[in-house]
Ligand binder design. Structure first.
Ligand code: PMP
Ligand code: GLU
Length: 388
């Protein structure tokens, strides 16, 4: 008897989670490793946020909330989306989920199914294709190039379309490349989507981690027509260093939001109640944590960029957002798993193979770690590149 469904059997494990967990295990076992794989801020959640959740827990916030989240939290999200993103979403259009990851999945579940195609610019965040497949739909990858700043153009988007295309998934700032789309680039893509009636998932989880003169622009803010086709995804994991709290959200047009709610009703009930109180404090309390984090990460980013730019056999695009570098190592003539295996076995450096993101001649490193670890890790990458 074959107990496993064909959809589950077609999945592969999340390499980002597998490798970061492996690095944590090696460290816990006392091995010296230089972890450049982390996909989460290396800071603790701010004290005021923790205190709000602890207080809520002590006061008995231990029961269900509405499936879409506490009204006060959805109000705080609605206010935030207006204030920071120039977006008008009523609290009925917002669904709080247990992380941005389930938020993306609920958005997909509500909209795509068998026979649909979902356009995903590649490299892509590791979980999008699997989520699309879980919905029975087909991911269609459009390769972006380092020379184009790893961004899909409106023309490439239009060319990838078929009569079955239902949606495009856009991430800005981008994981794994750190690319940030400008307003003009987003508008051009949004207009193609409107012409062809294609939905957009706009994953904006890294909005606060943005550098130089770049400005985060929310796709749904660009026109009423684009708004009507866009599901905005955001959350608390990156900007507020709350990855373990598992809190994210969808903000959707009124013709889609009720369906996301029903998926949440049946698959989750609600995100953890006392955590939601912490999230209210995150959005309404002191925001200086975000600018401090951005400043520190910007410093590290510049250091890493400076070092990598002087190394042989690696093509590097300066990332303008998030906390990753995506390093094109095609000159080595090795696949990305072999590169990462060598880096780990011989140089004790943990990095993520680009194949996790659909690009087998690159690796991802992150700067969610101290400058000391970054320095040593980069010394070792340099040694590796010189020897191969
Ligand atoms: N989207 C992107 C682009 C991500 O990198 C991540 C990784 N954390 C998520 C969504 C999921 O975030 P969360 O941890 O809140 O589920
Ligand atoms: N999103 C982070 C990363 O890309 C965390 C891991 C995950 O959610 O897959 O590394």
């Amino acid at each position: 008897m074959d107990f496993i469904s064909p959809t589950a059997a077609a999945l592969s494990p999340s390499l980002t989670l597998a490798i970061t967990n492996k690095a944590k295990e090696l460290k816990a076992a006392g091995e010296q490793v230089f972890g450049l794989a982390g996909g989460e801020p290396d800071k603790d959640t701010p004290e005021n946020i923790k205190a709000a959740a602890i207080k809520a827990l002590e006061e008995g916030a231990t029961k269900y909330t509405p499936s879409v989240g506490l009204p006060a939290l959805r109000q705080a999200i609605s206010d935030k989306l207006k204030r920071d993103n120039n977006l008008d979403y009523s609290i009925d259009q917002i669904c709080v989920c247990s992380g941005a990851k389930p938020a993306v999945y609920a958005a997909l579940r509500a909209t795509v199914s068998e026979g649909d195609e979902v356009i995903i610019p590649s490299p892509y965040w590791v979980s999008y294709p699997s989520m699309v497949q879980l919905c029975g739909a087909t991911p269609v990858f459009v390769e972006t190039k380092a020379e184009n700043g790893w961004k899909i153009t409106a023309e490439e988007f239009a060319n990838a379309m078929t009569p079955r295309t239902k949606m495009i998934i856009l991430t800005t700032p981008h994981n794994p490349t750190g690319a940030v789309y400008t307003e003009e680039e987003l508008r051009a893509i949004g207009e193609v989507a409107v012409d062809e009636d294609i939905l957009i998932i706009a994953d904006e989880i890294y909005e606060h981690l943005i550098y130089d003169e770049e400005k985060h622009v929310s796709m749904a803010s660009l026109s009423p027509d684009i708004y009507n086709l866009t599901i905005t995804i955001n959350g608390f994991s990156k900007g507020y260093a709350m990855t373990g709290w598992r809190l994210g959200y969808t903000a959707a047009p009124t013709h889609i939001a009720p369906y996301i709610k029903m998926i949440q009703d049946h698959c989750a009930s609600n995100a953890t109640t006392f955590c939601q109180y912490g999230a209210i404090e995150a959005l309404t309390g002191d925001q200086s944590f975000i600018s401090d984090l951005r400043e520190e990460y910007d410093f590290r980013r510049q250091y890493v960029f400076d070092r990598l730019s002087k190394m042989p056999k690696v093509k590097v695009v300066e990332p303008k957002g998030a906390f990753y570098f995506f390093l094109d190592m095609s000159e080595l003539g090795m696949d990305s798993c072999s590169i990462c295996e060598k880096l780990l076995d011989r140089y004790k450096v943990v990095a993520i193979p680009g194949i996790a993101f659909g690009c087998d001649h690159a690796i991802r490193i992150s700067y969610c770690t101290s400058l000391d670890v970054l320095k040593e890790g980069l010394d070792r990458i340099e040694e590796f590149l010189k020897k191969h």
